[in-house]
Design a protein. Structure first.
Length: 194
């Protein structure tokens, strides 16, 4: 793991800028699609990483490790949905970054930059579900009002409530499973480094 705070901060800010640049590159020509999970998750991840880098430079403070874990899971949810529905999603230009490169960068950030062993309680891992739950709620409200559920894989009118519920539960369980796996790896690495 990279232990130099200045280098960590530079990497955080650099990855954050890549995420935000790819969002601008991909979505400013199509602002009507800025309600997509890809836009929102990459924007949130980029802003948090830039904030974390600036905080580290000026205050010598790390953001809580579980937030880094949340960022990785946000990216992996998007990547999983994209992979399982690759015919619907684009991989050209900015969308190669948004759908593939950025999640890999976030995972590498977690592996090499995130301070390990700092998540005090396994309950904090549950935070990984908050932003996806907020987005799903928004998506269903938006879909109910406009008739556009943004993603065909979440269209209740086409697939029915039961199919969508099962899909959302499976994604949530897989996300939690991955998050807890990373949490236990984090604890083991943290013990070995401590």
């Amino acid at each position: 793991m990279i232990k130099n705070n200045k280098l960590q901060a530079i990497i955080k800010i650099g990855i954050g800028c890549i995420l935000l640049f790819s969002v601008i590159w991909g979505y400013f020509p199509i602002p009507e699609h800025m309600n997509e999970y890809t836009f929102l998750s990459n924007t949130i991840e980029g802003l948090i990483l830039i904030y974390a880098g600036v905080l580290l430079i000026y205050k010598q403070k790390q953001i809580p490790t579980y937030i880094d874990l949340c960022l990785v899971i946000l990216a992996f949810i998007m990547m999983g949905i994209v992979i399982t529905n690759f015919k619907v999603f684009g991989f050209g230009g900015a969308f190669l970054f948004l759908h593939a490169v950025n999640p890999i960068l976030l995972f590498l950030h977690w592996v090499f930059v995130t301070v390990k062993g700092k998540i005090k309680s396994p309950k904090l891992v549950l935070f990984v579900l908050i932003l996806p739950a907020i987005y799903i709620t928004f998506l269903f409200i938006h879909g109910h009002i406009t008739g556009n559920y943004i993603y065909p894989i979440l269209d209740i009118n086409e697939l029915g409530v039961l199919n969508i519920t099962v899909f959302v539960i499976i994604v949530a369980l897989l996300s939690l499973g991955l998050a807890y796996t990373l949490y236990f790896i984090d604890r083991k690495i943290g013990r070995n480094e401590g």
